[in-house]
Ligand binder design. Structure first.
Ligand code: MG
Length: 247
């Protein structure tokens, strides 16, 4: 069963999402050559706590940080550390906030300094794929209408969608039902209803869709080491269409 949220739940989730988007805006400002990924993480932790919330990822299944920082061929779940950002990198920042037990999740991919136009296109297509997917998050549609639209848009632009990781329901915990693949045929799965809250998150590779996990047990990379981009928003399905909670 996909849990439905009350109007009161949605108000609290909206506060959680606002905190997340303020923190994300501050993180974006420090994405510069020479910055360590551990510094991005430390800033995220401090700002989340200052907002009266908790980092949702820290300690989740043992994850050691408040943000995931995934650079170039890293798809998701990069662990912040002593790596410095380099001019021309792209970095995905994935951030989860727990505000009084209400969870939101969002990700962006940003260029570091001057970035090759082909990489910028990958980033832009991934960002637009999220927008296109969100447009299908409408009561009465079926879940895979979101998945299909993302795949169609990404492949139409010559890129591939990751199969191994998917979006998810969210709200009173970080991961709830349903799973939301970024691929599949349309008009399948549960009918979308008002009160559903979903984290939609296309992960898009410049080369093959295949992924593998690094020996640290967390970081997913493209098997062919081609670059990858990731965008995510937490959205609520309302009577007036999809409401993005994390912007
Ligand atoms: Mg997520």
């Amino acid at each position: 069963m996909i849990p439905l949220k009350s109007d009161e739940d949605l108000q609290r989730l909206s506060k959680s999402g606002k905190i997340l988007s303020r923190v994300m805006a501050s993180l974006k400002e420090v994405i510069l050559p020479g910055v360590l990924t551990s510094e991005i993480d430390a800033l995220a932790q401090r700002l989340i706590v200052e907002e009266g919330a908790k980092p949702a990822f820290k300690g989740y299944k043992g994850f050691p940080a408040a943000v995931c920082t995934s650079i170039n061929e890293e798809i998701v779940h990069g662990i912040p550390g002593k790596r410095a950002l380099c001019e021309g990198d792209i970095i995905g920042i994935d951030l989860g906030v727990n505000y009084l037990g209400y969870f939101t999740d969002a990700a962006v991919t940003l260029g570091v300094g001057l970035v090759d136009p082909s990489l910028l296109k990958l980033v832009e297509v991934t960002k637009e794929a999220l927008v296109e997917g969100i447009k299908k998050a409408v009561a009465g549609n079926r879940l895979s209408d979101i998945s299909h639209r993302i795949q169609d848009f990404v492949e139409g632009n010559g890129f591939s969608v990751v199969r191994q990781f998917v979006g998810h329901g969210i709200g009173l915990s970080l991961h709830e039902e349903p799973e939301i693949p970024n691929f599949g045929v349309a008009h399948q799965g549960p009918i979308l209803e008002k009160g559903m809250v979903l984290a939609i998150e296309p992960m898009v590779n410049a080369g093959s869709w295949e992924a593998e996990i690094l020996p640290n047990g967390w970081t997913a990379v493209t098997k062919d080491r081609s670059p990858s981009a990731h965008f995510e928003h937490t959205i609520a399905i309302t009577e007036d269409g999809p409401q993005i909670l994390t912007n």
